[in-house]
Unconditional design. Structure first.
Lengths: 530, 364
């Protein structure tokens, strides 16, 4: 068995690049440069690939002179019709017609050029000189075509593999707006993006990440809007990634984010091409990872997690109301349980006396302090949520009913908790699902546990301390050089138009300043005055 | 990437306004009326105008040295030894304010919100948070102020507006027989409540547009003096002069009188105190930062962060020094004297600097 040997030294990137083409043991060393002999070239391929059963090697003869040719591809990763109709059929059958019409056999000396120019009827064709390049291509779904007597390989594009179609995004459904979502195929995703924006300035560049997985990672931006510093920063951070394998964009996100230890996401994630295209137009950069339907958008401030694409499709009053609602919900999701605990244990006088008395009466049989009660119930709702998310949909609904109605009622009857606490927990749970971004919501849900501890030990003062600490953390965060809390801290008056409130589109003549776009103007003047 | 850490105009304004607005706001109506009686209203206004003038001078002075803070340019103006002494007084002042403010804060909080929590716990927990903020530098300082000040402002506004139904004009008849000398006598005491604007000594080198700093700093003073005057007027009008003079924290008592519209919360004073925590915090973080920062500059070092931890025990010692509310008041008045010295010293420094620059020009 051939083992690909590497000397590993992650800290020394130069050293790694030197070792990057897979190297075999000394006795099995294969020269990665191609030879002119087809047989040798095929042997080189086989040295690496013969153990895998899904690799197809095919040799055949070309034309009257019978020039030896070879094909290498991965079964299932290519479109068989293309290979049969446009490569093999042409090379074995139509070539004779060509020779007949020209009245002479194809010369061995020009066979390669002839194949490339006259025979293979596929649009996308490349020439490569080395074996590892060719192998990378083969594993991306291309066909390697070799002709005897030439130390070059013709790479013919015949990609075609089973892929999921474009469907409605699961995590970001909207009432109004396009219903298509990204898929697992990078090319499909870039196409969806292109269809949203036909600006020739939209650039989509690709890098290969993952030493072994060699995943295609594309980043898109609009030349002339996105600031050059931002593009350079994205390139720098992407090229810094050095791991074996990249499977999902979430892994890329964790490598490029600014603060690794923050509970708040610093990269926006979206399944929606319209959201990504809109972000590009604001002067941001999108990162698409092959095999992942989630695109990353950088930089991302906290406020971007409270935006839904519908905000821009609905009229401004509706979206302003909904956004305000989301901010309130996010504060509620983090703070309602701790405020309840603080008030019950420290400042019962804060709430109206009848209500305080009712709560006290309902808690009379509860043996735990309010903090323990709150902790128990909040943990229960997290359990419910997690079990609901993992189960198949029909069972998930059952869990919802059992958890929501039966458990709550039973817990009160069993004397474990009071009805007020169940109400608080339910409100918190609902509020945390209002936030459009899953990752932002889960961050808030986690910080409510330490907050509850603060509320239980220092009352409302503790809640305030927690609030202050969270705020200090938030304002000190940066996302790709942009202030995380902008445009609220620092206050950027012009950008406040599209913050909690979204003013009518005709009043937003400029792109957000916080991304430092090169071209700041969206429109020259109010279209209504034109 | 870009230099975003410089302070914008709005940030300068809010830094000035929220550094001034601190713990003293709770006792302000008493400090004002104790000496001057009903004339306190006028005295507050006068002190506001005085502060206005001082801020203009401090800002103009700082703008003459756009790359230096007061610690450095005082040496340039006054000479090495007097300048260093001035700087040292500033450091001591900032440390004392940090200590005094945290003690006053913890005391008020203990009385009105957490009667069973030890003072030390309140002070230490607050200090930890303040250190975390101060460690992050001036831009984070400005941004937290920006977040919290609107909330504090909202709480004060609510306090003032909701108090209006109980407002009576009768108390203000005495204004007709205003005793001007007593008004003037009260000003040195009131100026302690306005202290905080000396942060302008430090902000110019950090400002994005140093030329516009004057406008924004003055706007900060304007907002604060308006709030102060309104607070004094309303607490006299609602509580009455005699009561205002005797209460330790008239602003809290004022809040106690308020019934929340819709009565979903019974005690407005707790709501008010909760948001006031933010006001105390912003003042504290500014002074904690300033004390470490100015000490570093005084010694001639750059990295202020280790000094925050070095000063922490000192601040805490000062905070636990007073035994009762009377001694806290003593401490605060000492701080007021130190602060007045520092801000009034700006006037001679400004003119010396002006004269020197002119002299240089004549010689050249």
């Amino acid at each position: 068995m051939k083992v690909i040997k590497r000397t590993r030294n992650p800290k020394n990137i130069k050293n790694m690049e030197k070792n990057n083409p897979p190297q075999l043991k000394a006795e099995e060393q294969v020269d990665l440069l191609l030879s002119k002999n087809l047989e040798e070239n095929l042997q080189k391929f086989k040295a690496f690939l013969q153990d895998s059963t899904d690799v197809v090697f095919r040799d055949f003869k070309l034309g009257k002179e019978g020039i030896s040719c070879g094909l290498v591809y991965i079964d299932g990763l290519i479109d068989k019709t293309t290979v049969h109709e446009h490569i093999l059929k042409n090379m074995m059958y139509e070539i004779t017609m060509l020779e007949n019409s020209q009245g002479k056999a194809i010369d061995k000396a020009i066979a390669f050029e002839a194949v490339k120019n006259h025979v293979v009827s596929v649009a996308e064709i490349k020439e490569v000189d080395t074996l590892d390049e060719a192998m990378n291509m083969v594993f991306s779904g291309e066909v390697a075509l070799m002709v005897d007597g030439f130390d070059k390989i013709l790479i013919v594009s015949a990609r075609g593999w089973p892929a999921r179609g474009v469907t409605e995004p699961q995590t970001e459904s909207v009432v109004r707006g396009p219903k298509e979502g990204f898929t697992e195929t990078l090319r499909t995703n870039t196409v969806l993006l292109r269809r949203k924006c036909k600006d020739p300035n939209m650039v989509i560049k690709t890098v290969k990440l993952g030493r072994r997985s060699k995943t295609d990672v594309a980043y898109a931006y609009i030349k002339g809007i996105t600031s050059n510093e931002l593009i350079e920063e994205v390139e720098k951070r992407l090229n810094r990634i050095d791991v074996d394998q990249i499977i999902d964009s979430g892994q890329v996100e964790q490598f490029i984010q600014d603060n690794r230890f923050s509970p708040f996401p610093q990269v926006q994630v979206s399944e929606r091409p319209d959201k990504v295209a809109a972000a590009l137009m604001e002067g941001r950069v999108a990162i698409l990872v092959d095999n992942s339907p989630f695109a990353l958008i950088v930089p991302a401030g906290l406020y971007t997690f409270y935006q839904s694409p519908e905000d821009y499709y609905d009229r401004w009053l509706i979206s302003s109301f909904l956004r305000t609602l989301r901010w309130i919900a996010s504060i509620m999701a983090a703070f309602i349980p701790t405020i309840y605990v603080a008030i019950i244990s420290f400042h019962p006088g804060f709430i109206p006396t009848p209500l305080a008395l009712t709560i006290a009466a309902s808690r009379a049989n509860v043996p735990f302090p309010s903090f323990v009660e709150a902790l128990l119930m909040e943990l229960t709702i997290e359990l419910l949520r997690e079990s609901g998310a993992r189960l198949p949909k029909p069972i998930g609904q059952t869990i919802g009913i059992v958890g929501g109605i039966v458990l709550g009622d039973a817990a009160i009857r069993a004397g474990i908790t009071g009805p007020a606490m169940v109400l608080i927990v339910a409100i918190t749970a609902i509020a945390s699902f209002v936030i459009p971004s899953y990752s932002a919501a889960i961050g808030l849900r986690i910080i409510r546990f330490p907050l509850m501890l603060l509320g239980a030990t220092l009352g409302l003062y503790g809640v305030m301390l927690g609030f202050i600490v969270i705020n200090i953390h938030l304002v000190s965060l940066k996302s790709f050089g942009m202030n995380y809390m902008a445009p609220q801290a620092p206050i950027i008056p012009k950008d406040l138009k599209d913050f909690t409130f979204r003013l009518p589109g005709s009043m937003m003549k400029r792109r957000p300043i916080e991304y430092y776009p090169i071209d700041i103007d969206k429109m020259d003047q109010d279209p209504r005055k034109r | 990437m870009r230099q975003q850490d410089q302070l914008s105009g709005i940030q300068v304004m809010i830094l000035v306004a929220s550094t001034i607005l601190g713990t003293t706001v709770l006792s302000l109506p008493r400090t004002v009326t104790k000496e001057a009686g009903i004339g306190g209203v006028v005295a507050t206004l006068f002190t506001g105008i005085l502060t206005f003038g001082l801020t203009v001078i401090i800002t103009l002075l700082s703008k003459r040295y756009p790359n230096q803070t007061v610690i450095e340019y005082s040496v340039e103006i006054l000479g090495t030894i007097p300048g260093k002494i001035y700087g040292a007084i500033f450091v001591i002042y900032a440390i004392f304010v940090s200590g005094g403010v945290i003690r006053a804060f913890a005391d008020a909080l203990k009385i009105h919100m957490l009667p069973n929590t030890p003072l030390e716990i309140i002070m230490i927990s607050m200090l930890i948070v303040v250190v975390y903020a101060a460690m992050n530098g001036i831009s984070v300082l400005a941004k937290t102020n920006e977040t919290f000040y609107p909330l504090v402002f909202f709480a004060l506004l609510l306090l003032l507006v909701l108090s209006l139904p109980r407002f009576r004009m009768d108390e203000f008849r005495a204004l007709l027989f205003l005793d001007l000398p007593s008004v003037v006598k009260a000003i040195p005491q009131i100026i302690a409540s306005y202290l905080g604007f000396e942060i302008m000594f430090f902000l110019v080198p950090f400002a994005r547009k140093p030329k516009k700093v004057l406008l924004y700093s003055v706007a900060g003073i304007f907002i604060t003096s308006t709030i102060y005057t309104a607070l004094v007027v309303i607490s006299i009008g609602v509580l009455g002069l005699a009561v205002t003079q005797k209460l330790v924290y008239p602003a809290v008592i004022l809040a106690k009188h308020i019934e929340f519209p819709g009565s979903f919360a019974e005690r407005f004073d707790i709501f008010f105190m909760v948001l006031w925590i933010l006001a105390a915090f912003t003042t504290l973080e500014s002074y904690c930062y300033l004390s470490a920062f100015s000490l570093t500059r005084l010694i001639g070092l750059r990295n202020y962060k280790p000094f925050i931890f070095l000063l922490l025990p000192v601040i805490y010692m000062i905070a636990i020094l007073p035994q009762n509310i009377y001694q806290i008041e003593m401490l605060l008045s000492v701080i007021g004297l130190l602060g007045s010295f520092i801000v009034f010293a700006a006037i001679p420094m400004f003119f010396i600097s002006l004269a020197r620059k002119k002299g240089e020009r004549k010689n050249a």
